[in-house]
Write a protein that binds this ligand. Structure first.
Ligand SMILES: Cc1ncc(COP(=O)(O)O)c(C=O)c1O
Length: 414
């Protein structure tokens, strides 16, 4: 009988099918498709001497993305969605660039006000909030509030008298967004209209309408449908109630550069601007954007180490690759394999399908199993994996002590 190790070795060499080979080609990540090679070389040099896992975030890239956004949406005010990455270095950079901030909690508010941002540059964008938090925001000078429910609106009227409110709409498009946000937030058009009327009755200023078409929204048409709904509300309130709304908050949803490619930002901007002009002509209301992912994601590279490579049976045609970063240490957006990060390694050559999992003692800690990444056969324990486009929704999601692992570190350079 053969010793088990010999059987094992023979099956590692099993040839992948032609189809699998073809599919795995699309997993090969070329640096230049994601980064200015000079920036990536700086990131790698910085990373080389540090113990994994961590994210290196390059401020220069956020700065460039901010300029791109402003250039392509010159008529819009940018409210950075702090939740995407609340690092003070990012907040300070955006403060200095003149950005405003979409704030979700009193903690985020303290942070941003502590950096010298004035309250008129902040909105309370979370529709789910306690009375005492509304009171806190109001006491700190915030006058712009989101809502999508009567009870919340009444709380705002009581705790933040006279404030400006915008009502969040339910939107379609969750099947074309990689990280959908509807269902939980927003209300139907007729309810939004009634809430704006109620806002006026309660002594608030019915200021506008917001929507979020879903994060990493790949169908630009989702904005068209949402803007049409907003226009109907504007018109109805003007003609039937003499309420002139002043603002549309178009949320986030703008793309980052992951494995599944999207149109570029100028294409999004051109189309969305066209939809706005179609509906509002020259009578364009104030426009707010709340980007998170599109500003930060590409600026981050998560550096991890391969902890174990194994197979579940001696005949298995794919490997399991375990890394020192996982679902609970920053990669929660791999839930349902929703976000497919480009994974780069210095190794090259023949590839084999690999399940990729994290280091914790939880069997849910598997990032990719349906989509088996083609990783080089030559990959070894101790090698580094570079997860591109991990500057958004990673460090801010990381558990603080699951299995004793510390939260995901972040270094800011550039
Ligand atoms: C109210 C609101 N605005 C903006 C954003 C940011 O969206 P994105 O990261 O797609 O730009 C979010 C994301 O959760 C949000 O909830």
């Amino acid at each position: 009988m053969c010793p088990p190790s010999i059987i094992f070795t023979r099956h590692i060499a099993s040839p992948a099918s032609k189809d699998n080979n073809r599919r795995m080609q699309s997993d090969i990540v070329r640096i230049e498709d994601y980064y200015n090679p000079e920036y990536f070389s700086d990131i790698k040099t910085f990373a080389d001497s540090r113990e994994t896992p961590f994210v290196v975030l390059d401020r220069r890239i956020i700065n460039e993305h901010y300029s791109e956004l402003v250039d392509n949406f010159p008529y819009a005010k940018i409210y950075y969605a702090i939740k995407a990455n609340p690092d003070v270095e990012i907040l300070s950079l955006l403060r200095d660039r003149g950005a405003c901030f979409d704030v979700a909690s009193t903690y985020e508010l303290d942070k941003v006000l502590g950096l010298g941002v004035s309250p008129d540059r902040c909105s309370y964008g979370n529709t789910i909030k306690k009375c005492k938090d509304i009171r806190y925001f109001y006491a700190k000078g915030i006058r712009l509030f989101a809502s999508d429910a009567e009870a919340d609106l009444r709380n705002i009227a009581r705790e933040a008298p006279g404030a400006k409110v915008y009502i969040r709409l339910l939107t379609e498009g969750s099947h074309t967004a990689d990280w959908p946000l509807s269902r939980k937030f927003g209300c139907q058009t007729d309810m939004a209209t009634n809430l704006l009327i109620l806002a006026k009755e309660l002594g608030l200023e019915p200021y506008g309408v917001s929507f979020h078409v879903g994060s990493q929204q790949r169908d630009i048409g989702a904005w068209d449908a949402a803007i049409d709904k907003v226009k109907a509300i504007f018109d109805w309130l003007k003609t039937e109630c003499d309420i002139q709304l002043k603002m549309i908050n178009m949320g986030g949803g703008f793309p980052a550069n992951y494995l599944t490619r999207t149109n570029d930002l100028p294409t999004y901007a051109k189309e969305i601007t066209h939809y706005l002009h179609d509906d509002f002509g020259d009578d364009m209301p104030e426009i707010i954007l709340e980007p998170g992912r599109s500003l930060c994601a590409n600026a981050g590279v998560l550096v991890s180490e391969v902890v174990l490579i194994s197979r579940k049976t001696t005949t298995s045609l794919h490997r399991w690759v375990y890394t020192d970063v996982g679902m609970f240490s920053g990669l929660i957006e791999t839930l349902g394999e929703a976000i497919k990060y480009p994974i780069y390694t210095d190794r090259s050559g023949e590839r084999e399908e690999s399940v990729i999992a994290g280091p914790s003692c939880d069997s849910a800690d598997i990032m990719y199993e349906d989509h088996k990444y083609g990783l080089p056969n030559s990959l070894e324990i101790g090698d580094r994996l570079y997860w591109f486009s991990t500057g958004a929704y990673t460090t801010s999601y990381s558990a603080i002590e699951f299995n004793g692992f510390p939260p995901l570190k972040q270094y800011v350079i550039g």
